[in-house]
Design a protein around this ligand. Structure first.
Ligand SMILES: Cc1ncc(COP(=O)(O)O)c(C=O)c1O
Length: 375
């Protein structure tokens, strides 16, 4: 049997990794400024994480959500403390798309409405409603297109109000900083306005923090910079440092009832052990502060590179925009300089999403390589 061929692959086979480095079968070392798509938060194979996951799997890896699982409660408490999102409720699932799917479904249950408002250039995942709310017609199948979604330009509050006024929209879903779309972020006035309009028209405000959340910007959630109160916050990626786990934080105004949401694997013992280890390391190693400091250093260096036209994003979710397509440059960074970076929908943009443990010396290595390639 061969694999269903949906991924264009680089010819690299990692077999082990440590902190910000990944190694192939010949022990060639790669500097990971991509974090496997913003997933590696506390560094590859962090000893505390390895110990927590190994210890948990040796005792109990999984049992269903029909029994008590105190690890879920411990995770909820730690998440409340670390995020500062007081009194929200936690529902755990397995991926980003699933988190958004549950968020949208809950919004529809809560309001009794069925339309979604999303933004141009959004990416929310590849499942039913999540992909319908994703602004990329190529990945929306006719089945998904049955969902009713209005796409609005990021920043256009007037258009948002025109739509919400019709009283048909259950949820507004927005990435505080767009990931796949190319690192765009609107103004505080916009996010605050969105929050107010959602409250005014009884629409659930969903902050998709799957890529920009979990400490990546230096704040726990990226929306916190804008002082808004989303009704639902979706999370995944950095949450498990590679262990597949996602979740939503739900404002206490939205009430639970038995059977409203559910999952077989979500919140299993191993996922909780991995997620708890991530939060402990984030705290103990002050990684959000590190994200801010290394980000400032990175941006300063980027500003000195004349061929970089714009530096986008915040913290360790950054985009370097050029006035030419970067595919060749990215290939050379990987093949010649052994540095992983990311691409985006914008063909001129390199995405930088390293583990939050990255240090200034790694930034220096990147800029040395970049400058050599840009001569
Ligand atoms: C903002 C955002 N939302 C949702 C998703 C979907 O997450 P997953 O691939 O875990 O389903 C992604 C993945 O890239 C994302 O960046």
């Amino acid at each position: 049997m061969s694999l269903f061929n949906v991924y264009p692959l680089f010819n690299i086979t990692p077999v082990k990794a440590n902190d910000v480095y990944v190694y192939d079968e010949n022990n060639t070392e790669y500097l990971d400024l991509y974090g496997g798509h913003a997933v590696i938060s506390i560094g590859h194979s962090h000893p505390k994480y390895v110990e927590a996951v190994s210890d948990q799997v040796s005792r109990l890896g999984f049992y269903s959500n029909s029994i008590q699982n105190p690890l879920q409660e411990k995770l909820a408490e730690k998440l409340e403390f670390m995020s500062g999102c007081r009194d929200y409720k936690l529902f755990l699932c397995n991926s980003g798309a699933e988190a958004n799917e549950n968020a949208l479904k809950l919004a529809s249950f809560h309001t009794g409405k069925k339309k979604i408002l999303a933004f141009k250039n959004s990416f929310h995942g590849r499942t039913s409603a999540a992909v319908a709310a994703t602004d990329d017609y190529k990945i929306v199948a006719p089945l998904n297109a049955q969902q009713e979604v209005d796409f609005v330009e990021l920043g256009d509050l007037k258009k948002v109000e025109t739509i919400l006024k019709k009283n048909e929209t259950c949820a507004v879903i927005v990435e505080t900083i767009q990931g796949v779309g190319g690192l765009d972020e609107s103004t505080t006035a916009f996010y605050k306005g969105l929050d107010e309009l959602c409250k005014k028209y009884e629409t659930v405000f969903i902050a998709d923090e799957i890529q920009c959340g979990y400490g990546r910007t230096g704040d726990f959630f990226a929306f916190q910079k804008h002082g808004v109160t989303p009704d639902i916050i979706s999370m995944a990626k950095g949450m498990g440092n590679g262990f597949p786990v996602g979740g939503i934080l739900i404002h206490p105004d939205i009430k639970a009832s038995f059977g409203l949401l559910g999952t077989t694997f979500g919140g299993n013992h191993l996922a909780c052990a991995a997620s708890l280890a991530v939060l402990e390391v984030l705290q103990e190693e002050n990684l959000m502060q590190n994200a801010k400091e290394v980000s400032a250093y990175f941006i300063e260096k980027a500003k000195k590179v004349s061929k970089i036209k714009k530096v986008k994003g915040r913290g360790l979710m950054l985009g370097l925009e050029f006035d030419f397509p970067i595919a060749e440059l990215r290939k050379n960074l990987i093949n010649k300089h052994k540095i992983f970076t990311g691409s985006a929908k914008n063909p001129n943009l390199i995405r930088i999403l390293p583990p939050l443990t990255i240090q200034k010396k790694h930034v220096d290595i990147f800029f040395e390589a970049l400058n050599k390639e840009l001569i």
